[in-house]
Structure formats: structure tokens, C-alpha cells
Design a protein around this ligand. Structure first.
Ligand code: DAH
Length: 380
């Protein structure tokens, strides 16, 4: 352990040697200080007013200096004292960092991994590394929002396969054999299926409607279900079309379900999604699996129905297809309790991107798929 030696003479070399020995001792003792308690001991040993090393060098080195050397030695001792003080501060800081690192490490059970030398290199005053927390993709977010609206009305949530058979995608939904939707223009077929009977051939589902039949095969009435999912069509990409997009399908089957139930349910859903001032209207349309069929329109959410560029000055925007389930569809699941003379139902299907585009005023559908963080982070 270092003790303050007497100086034989006060030559420059002698002072240098003495200073270097003191520095070496200071450095090595500071190195061994790990805890606040050790630091206190270290500080007392070097700085205590009466018996600390700093007090000793004053007493021994300055006290014994020849009178004419005292000013020089005094100046030199002041510099050494500053070095000691600096080392004390530095050590105190390092111990604080080390102790907070240990506290953190204890939480993670890493105590063995952190050493003081490692903690010395830690600067806890630096800003931390920010890990951006991801957010839901806007398409998924809108899809979840739509689903939540129906869940609140007591609907359950279902799913079905994206690779589907001709039977579920078309035949059981009452698409006539030569319906244009079956055409290769619209449907992406899985290659190499020619040897199979037509109804078993695989394709990428063009809508979520096949899950209506799949659901009714699985459970007898009553049914209230929404089915979110991905669908595919052989459509070229443009501002509003994409070959891959998302739909939410809905199906309600029970005794005495009427078109009024359909209107009331969808009107409520649109108000929940777009705000209570939105109006709905139902326009005659055609789908093979509903009779009657309708296109539902909402009053333009941009101009409130007055007419603007977005609604082509009509005041209305077409949003989804719907209708009363065609008895021919029930016939495919008749054996499971779907007797169209006893029960009835309504169905609807909406495009998620379309709703997202309206809700967030997105100009191009592609933006949803490009994964550009500058676009996506706007939904954070
Ligand atoms: N499947 C239709 C489409 O993709 C949308 C649709 C219309 C679904 C009417 C329905 C419905 O359930 O009843 O264009």
C-alpha cells in the first residue's frame, strides 16, 4: 500500500519521480473501487482533511521543503491535488454508472456479465437506442376495425383457405357454369388441375364468399359470422385495383331474417366506421348467390352528399355488395339444417382497401403494398 515517502531532495527529477509514484498508486487504487462503500474508503484515504494522502503530501513534501523552494513546491502540489480530485470525481462517476448498470443487470439476470471496466465505457447520459415499435398495417387495421364493429353486434369471426376449389368459390355459390367470373380473365387458377373434375380444381379464391358455404357446412343455423381475408383476381394493378386485396364477408342466417335486418345492420356498421352522419342507400344489383341483391352506397364522406370530384358529383359512393342469401345456396347445405322454407339470411362482402382508401384519403392502392415506411408511419 502506498505511503507518502520523504523527499531526499527537491530537484526536478526527484519531484517528478515522487509525482509519478503517487499517480501510479492513485490509478491502481481507483481501479479497484467498485462500490459506493469502497469509494468512500478511497476518498477518505486520499482526501480526508487530517490524515488523507493529500494532507500528508502537504505536510511531508511542502513542510520539509527548503524555504526558497516552497513557492515552487506549493504550486506543484496544487497541480497534484487537482489530479487527485479529478480522479476522485471520475471514480465516483464510474461507480455510480456501475451500480446502476448492476441494478439493471440484476433485473435481467446478467450480473455476471457486467464488470466495472465495461461499465466505465457506458455513458448513461447518452440518449438510448430507440427501437421503433411497429404499428398495425393500415389494411389490417381497417380490417380489424370492421370486424370489431360486427363482433360488437354478436358476430363471430371465421376464416377460410386462400387456395379454394371451384366448388366453394363458384359452384355452391350458384355461379352458372359459364359465368364470366369463372373466366381466366378474372380468376387465377392453379396450374396442372385439368385431370380433376371441374368442381375440384384449385384456384385462388376471388372473394371471401366461399367461406359462407364452409361455415354453413360446419354449423347449423343460426349463424352470424364475419370473415376477413385475402382474395386474388387477375386484375392489372392501377390506382384502385390490385391483383391481391382483402375483403370482409358477412353472413347472418336465422328464422325470419329480412332485408330490413340487412339494411339496419349495414347502416349501423357504416355509421360506426365513418361517423354517425353517414347515410346509406341500397341499389338493385346482381350476385348469383343472393336474391334480391344490392349495392350499398354511402353518402359521400368528403362532401357529405352535396357532390364533389370524389363521388363524381353524385353525392354517393358505392361500397359493398349484399343481398338475401339465394335459396339455391341453402340447397347446397340443406342436409345441415338450412331449409330455405324455414330459414332466411343475408350476406355482404366489402373490400377492405376500398374502405381504407376512403377513410384515409389514400390516392393509390399500391401504397398499401410497397412497404414504404414514410407512408406506413402516418398510421402510427
Ligand atoms: N363476393 C362479392 C364480390 O367479391 C361481394 C359480395 C356481394 C359478397 C354480395 C356477398 C354478397 O356476401 O351477398 O364482389
Amino acid at each position: 500500500m502506498y505511503t507518502v515517502p520523504k523527499l531526499e531532495d527537491y530537484s526536478a527529477e526527484s519531484l517528478d519521480r515522487a509525482a509519478n509514484e503517487l499517480r501510479k498508486a492513485l490509478e491502481s487504487e481507483a481501479h479497484d473501487v467498485n462500490t459506493a462503500a469502497q469509494f468512500k474508503e478511497f476518498r477518505d484515504r486520499w482526501w480526508s482533511r487530517k490524515s488523507g494522502i493529500k494532507a500528508q503530501i502537504n505536510k511531508v513534501w511542502l513542510g520539509n521543503a527548503p524555504l526558497d523552494q516552497k513557492p515552487k513546491v506549493g504550486f506543484w502540489l496544487n497541480l497534484l491535488a487537482m489530479e487527485i480530485e479529478e480522479k476522485l470525481e471520475e471514480t465516483q462517476g464510474a461507480v455510480a454508472v456501475y451500480e446502476s448498470a448492476l441494478t439493471l443487470a440484476a433485473k435481467e439476470d446478467w450480473t455476471g456479465v457486467i464488470s466495472r471496466p465495461l461499465a466505465d465505457r457506458l455513458d448513461i447520459s447518452l440518449p438510448g437506442i430507440q427501437r421503433p415499435i411497429g404499428v398495425k398495417h393500415p389494411v389490417l387495421r381497417v380490417m380489424d376495425e370492421i370486424v370489431a364493429v360486427f363482433k360488437a353486434m354478436g358476430y363471430s369471426v371465421g376464416e377460410g383457405p386462400e387456395v379454394e376449389t371451384d366448388y366453394y368459390n363458384f359452384e355452391s355459390l350458384n355461379f352458372p357454369p359459364n359465368h364470366p367470373a369463372r373466366d381466366t380473365q378474372d380468376t387465377l387458377f392453379i396450374a396442372g388441375q385439368e385431370s380433376k373434375p371441374a368442381r375440384d380444381r384449385l384456384l385462388l379464391r376471388t372473394h371471401t364468399s366461399p367461406v359462407q358455404i364452409r361455415t354453413m357446412e360446419q354449423q347449423p343455423p343460426p349463424v352470424r359470422i364475419v370473415i376477413p381475408g385475402k382474395v386474388h383476381r387477375n386484375d392489372p394493378l392501377d390506382a384502385t385495383h390490385s391483383p391481391v386485396f382483402h375483403q370482409v364477408e358477412g353472413l347472418a342466417v336465422d328464422t325470419n331474417i329480412t332485408f330490413c335486418d340487412l339494411k339496419g345492420t349495414l347502416d349501423h356498421a357504416m355509421k360506426a366506421l365513418f361517423g354517425s352522419s353517414v347515410k346509406t342507400r341500397f341499389y338493385p344489383s346482381f350476385f348469383p348467390f343472393t336474391e334480391p341483391s344490392a349495392d350499398m352506397q354511402v353518402s359521400c364522406i368528403f362532401c357529405g352528399g352535396k357532390g364533389c370530384r370524389k363521388c363524381k358529383f353524385s353525392g354517393w359512393i358505392e361500397l359493398l355488395g349484399c343481398g338475401m342469401v339465394d335459396p339455391n345456396v341453402f340447397d347446397f347445405v340443406k342436409q345441415n339444417g338450412y331449409d330455405s322454407s324455414k330459414i332466411s339470411g343475408f350476406a355482404f362482402g366489402m373490400g377492405v382497401e376500398r374502405i381504407a382508401i376512403l377513410k384515409y384519403e389514400v390516392e393509390e392502392i399500391q401504397l398499401f403494398y410497397e412497404g414504404d415506411v414514410r407512408f406506413l408511419e402516418q398510421f402510427a
